[in-house]
Design a protein around this ligand. Structure first.
Ligand code: ZN
Length: 121
């Protein structure tokens, strides 16, 4: 069994399986939105779809720290995080993807994510 990739939640700072977290991205104008599965370019941040984590993680200070630039939660971001979590709960589990494809995705994203994963072949 391989360990699934883990990410740190912006709210509670706990490392959790990436599949259990909602990915946020910062637009060039500083607005933070949910990454709607489009693999938007740029730095990502992760959040548990948990009321307490959403409240803490979406504060301006936390977002600015995570993205290392002035950042502000987009309109209805908290609701969007909860909606995204519900969608992901219904999606196929991440383990279903072939190992090769997963490795490519990790190495491609390692340079842009907050938590860098080193991939050794
Ligand atoms: Zn959390």
């Amino acid at each position: 069994m391989k360990t699934p990739p883990s990410r740190t939640c912006l709210g509670c700072r706990r490392a959790r399986p990436q599949a259990a977290l909602v990915r946020l991205v910062r637009l060039t104008n500083g607005t933070v939105v949910v990454d709607g599965g489009t693999r938007a370019a740029g730095r990502g941040a992760y959040l548990c779809p948990d009321a307490e984590c959403i409240k803490r993680g979406l504060s301006r200070g936390r977002l600015g720290h995570a993205f290392r630039k002035p950042s502000e939660a987009g309109p209805n971001l908290a609701a969007a995080v909860r909606a995204a979590a519900r969608l992901e709960a219904r999606a196929a589990p991440a383990e279903a993807s072939p190992a090769g494809a997963l490795l490519c995705e990790v190495s491609a994203r390692a340079i842009e994510d907050v938590d860098v994963i080193t991939v050794r072949s």
